[in-house]
Design a protein around this ligand. Sequence first.
Ligand SMILES: *[C@@H]1O[C@H](CO)[C@@H](O)[C@H](O)[C@H]1NC(C)=O
Ligand SMILES: *[C@@H]1O[C@H](CO)[C@@H](O)[C@H](O)[C@H]1NC(C)=O
Ligand SMILES: *[C@@H]1O[C@H](CO)[C@@H](O)[C@H](O)[C@H]1NC(C)=O
Ligand SMILES: *[C@@H]1O[C@H](CO)[C@@H](O)[C@H](O)[C@H]1NC(C)=O
Ligand SMILES: *[C@@H]1O[C@H](CO)[C@@H](O)[C@H](O)[C@H]1NC(C)=O
Length: 797
Amino acid sequence: MEALRLLFLFLLGPTVALALTHKLPSLKPGLSLSVEKEGQLLVSPEGSFSSGFYRVGTNVYCYAIWFTNSAEKTVVWMANRDRPVNGKGSRLTLHRNGNLVLTDADGSIVWSTDTFSDGEVEVQLLETGNLVLINQAKEVIWESFDFPTDTLLPTQPLTRNTSLVSMRSRDTFSSGFYRFQFDDNNLLNLVYDGPVVSSVYWPLTVFFSRRTPYNSTKIAALNNMGRFRSSDNLKFNASDYGVGPKRRLTLDYDGILRLYSLDELTGIWEIAWLPSGVDACLVHGLCGEYGVCRYNPLPSCACPDGFDRNDPSDWTKGCSPSFNMSCAPAELGFMELLHTDYFGYDLNSYNIGISLEACKNACLNDCTCKGFGYALDGQGQCYPKRYLLNGYHMPDTAMIMHIKVPKGIMASQAGGEKLRTYDQLNCSTPEIVLRNINAGAENPNKNWYMKYLISFAGSVAVIEIVFIGLGWWFVFRKRIREELVNMGYIVLAMGFKHFTFGELKRATRNFREEIGRGGFGTVYKGVLDDKRIVAVKRLEGIILQGDSEFWAEVSIIGKINHRNLVKMWGFCAENDDKLLVYEYLENGSLDKILFSADSAMRLGWEQRYNIAIGTAKGLSYLHEECLEWVLHCDVKPQNILLDDHLEPKVTDFGLSKLFKDTNDMGFSRVRGTRGYLAPEWMINLRINAKADVYSYGVVLLELLTGKRASGFNLATAEGSGHNQMVQWFRLKIQEQELEEVIDPRLEKRCHKKEVQRMVRVALLCVEDDRDTRPAMSKVVELLVGEEELVPNEEMTD
Ligand SMILES: *[C@@H]1O[C@H](CO)[C@@H](O)[C@H](O)[C@H]1NC(C)=O
Ligand SMILES: *[C@@H]1O[C@H](CO)[C@@H](O)[C@H](O)[C@H]1NC(C)=O
Ligand SMILES: *[C@@H]1O[C@H](CO)[C@@H](O)[C@H](O)[C@H]1NC(C)=O
Ligand SMILES: *[C@@H]1O[C@H](CO)[C@@H](O)[C@H](O)[C@H]1NC(C)=O
Ligand SMILES: *[C@@H]1O[C@H](CO)[C@@H](O)[C@H](O)[C@H]1NC(C)=O
């Protein structure tokens, strides 16, 4: 009897143990997983992933999927992270009607797939970590990959419908405030989406990166090799690129997106990629309102003097003033925080040339203004703010934050550090922070900033302009501007601004002074509030319907920056009013000077040659060096503006995209101006950059001869695709009558070699066969020439 019992136990023993960690390949209809049986798990075929009830607190659980082999259970998905269930009586049941349901102890439904199936279904955990519901036909009717939480696994797509949302804190699995998702401009970004405000903190800028807002597909994924690709052209590789390690892309609770690879031997996750430019203090929402973050050396938060922490256990709740704030300007003053700034939430988006006194007064007289940033760098940039959020302290910034406080407070706070002792944040896992932020750099901020600069490297010209023209600080400041509320990077980059209609109406005194009229609309002169003189173009015609499309296009034009291209400073899009704001050029357009009867306005040879070269450089930049290829399609003297030094700047580029008459095959109707059109416009060839080269060639002929292309008989010519001016010029050259065609107003005071060079280039540019025409960059080379130039010798023959 005793022996029998022993034998029974011996036989039963392993079965009982097996039941404790019962690994199921699938869940069949009518069956449940119960929270009490923690060992009851769904396991993927090769065991990489396990799925079951995961303990998130004392007696509370969530249904989750995690990596089986990591040292600490690493959860990649949860069914119900915002609503955990009781540790007793909760279960996950696959009903016979095909619905997978999670119920709490009291039987209430906490989560379900809301699926339905007539036939047999089953739940499986795939080797990819995807929990799927499969019907008899082996079709997937529901999958967890469609409902990511904070982690994206290899082969799992991120789509327009999905986003990664961080955990609330290190130990709190519920949804936090950080998101990784596609925005309205089709770009992937990191957003702090807090209870009160929302702001983009990565990318810092899309300018100079290869990202594009054009692809509205909105899809991104990591593959098994560790390569991430997105429809907006964001691409990166895991540092241990290749098949092998298990990986995950997780938006951590500290707001930083990290790609991790698992070291199978130790079970430890190694960081395989991080977005450049994001580190702890730059993540938004960290220290709450009024709070300031700094590296100490780990990221730490502090309240300014006179302010107290709202919640000693949670920095994101920020600080509150320990005094009563009045609204009367006479009772208020400012407390200065050196090397400190708060990101975003400006009352007026961008003010330059404002004195410190004026900035102070503006803030004092506005009750909603909580303070302002001002740098004593001579730029006079004033940033009054409605909220003091996303504060950071960086030794490198020249920005001084002025916080509005009652006068009495200031007196008692004179001198010394104005921030209360920094409290180390219990944010990122310390070793991650150390590796990430302190790796090889004494000053993390500088390191970060250098990375940012290096990302510029493609555009040396821009760096030059920025450095020489605007100064170092301005770049820095701009970068911050780009992060403005929700609008993210588009606004204010390179001083690019979103104007209101009212502002422009005021600037142009209700569109009083018309200075030009072109294919795209009428241009008015105006003066902005900051005294800059501008040319405001009011667009007319069929404009892109979608505002986000308009924004995307305009922002592309806005980021184009070249000495020989007219700079766009901003735009306005309000309902049907679409306006573009450009720098104003005193000397007007080339045609006004070149064809002027007023001899005082005459252009000498040197000026003409310089205009030819500058224009070629501008077009060459548009054609070849911009991130986005831009065809001008309407090169003519009216679109070449001259600055005070008669340096040419091409205008009106990139606008054809704003109008709806383009199709995939190119342009459906002729865009340019008669007299300058390349022959291929007439024969319905797909238009390419060589059409601009042709028009440019005609402009060269005009510079040489001083005659207007439109002065020739166009009516008969255009239809046949033959340009009368070109034909006339060719003929004269063949007949060796060069002297006869050169503008008599030049009075032979030309540089002979340059004239010959320009004639040669012009003739190449107006070749009928577009493949024979040189590219614009070649034109620049030809005009600049290798031969040494002797200053103005008289033309003799
Ligand atoms: C996104 O959701 C819409 C409707 O909710 C659906 O029609 C579409 O197929 C989904 N797209 C993707 C990529 O899942
Ligand atoms: C958009 O992105 C998808 C996925 O990356 C790609 O397949 C497609 O070709 C892209 N479309 C365009 C127009 O670039
Ligand atoms: C990733 O690695 C592959 C293969 O080495 C390479 O072709 C690709 O250009 C890399 N992509 C990036 C963004 O570095
Ligand atoms: C602020 O005002 C409230 C009432 O309006 C008063 O009770 C409180 O004492 C004031 N606090 C300080 C610091 O003056
Ligand atoms: C950070 O966490 C540690 C324990 O993990 C705790 O002792 C410390 O008080 C926390 N600090 C703050 C500022 O919350």
